[in-house]
Design a protein around this ligand. Sequence first.
Ligand code: XIL
Length: 360
Amino acid sequence: MAVVFSRRVIAARGAVEVQLALLVALAAGLGCHGNSTTAPTTTAPAPVAVGLRTAAAGKLIGTAVQSGYLSDSRYHATFARDFNYVTAEYEMKWNVIESSRGVNNYSAGDAIVSDAQGQGMQVKGHTLIWHGSNPVWLGALPAAEFRAAFEEHIRAVAGHYRGRVLAWDVVNEAMADDGSGLRDTVFRQQLGDDYIADAFRLAHEADPQALLFYNDYNGEGLSAKSDRIYDLVRTLRAQGVPIDGVGLQVHVSATGYPSLASLASNMRRLAGLGLLVNISEMDVKIANVPGSSDSRLAAQRTAYHDIVGVCVAEPGCHAVTFWGFTDAHTWIAGDDPLLYDRQYAQKPAFFGVFDALSRK
Ligand code: XIL
């Protein structure tokens, strides 16, 4: 079942803990679509026909998708069966939408939104302001024109998708890796530290119903960086900035991820601010994990199972999104970080997620 968190419900939350009423909307069809069409790998149990979203433990189960693969029948059938929450992997980024200043082309993002809505899925917009994937012309703008371009971009894109996305990653990866504070991006240089608050206010004006998230990586467990993220969002909340949640990207490796206790503590302290938390871009690298293929796949399964299990156990964690679902199409070259292999067979990692969502 798809669950929907309405902004109005979030607004009713207590200051100490997130009191979430789940609006349960039945996703379009939960039927089984038959087993995957290829033989399972030798190391995974027989394929299961029901999708991950069927075992979703009250969470939205998502994936990044690429519009160019939606016409691939295996890609689409897998995506349709397992997920109810879709993020455009790159199609809603500034360099794709507005490669030439003043000319917005939403066609690739619209294709993803239309496909998702045709299946009763929710959509997360990604991402309005990020130091990556910006159009070349932005960096060459005179300072006097930068704020206008910033404001127009947010108003135009969030306005275009108004009512069609459940949430936005409004600002992405604004925190420096060393825990020293904000990353020195072109936005901070041109607009000052308040660009983050400005972005959230503009997004809320453009789409008052959308849930608005701050999204980042390497801030999943308790660390100097996650402390800075916590400080940031606590300050934004105190200033009355319309922010609803924090996305923890969870780009990790099977032998390198935060302790589960640290992840749970970080989720809880963010929820204690009245914010939602989600796992927003999970993938688990194994290429550099020592041992046999089976042992690497087993370690990957454990990582997926245990990390997703922390979200399942945390009331304030409302969604888990994987950064793709088949190793045939991952942004991490030379690795196999996802739940399906390159022939679309369910890997042990898939079963790890399925068991975590089934609270096993
Ligand atoms: C990546 C996509 O996967 C690539 O296809 C694209 O070329 C660059 O961006 N953190 C993020 C995502 O928030 O937007 C990035 O996605 C991966 C890191």
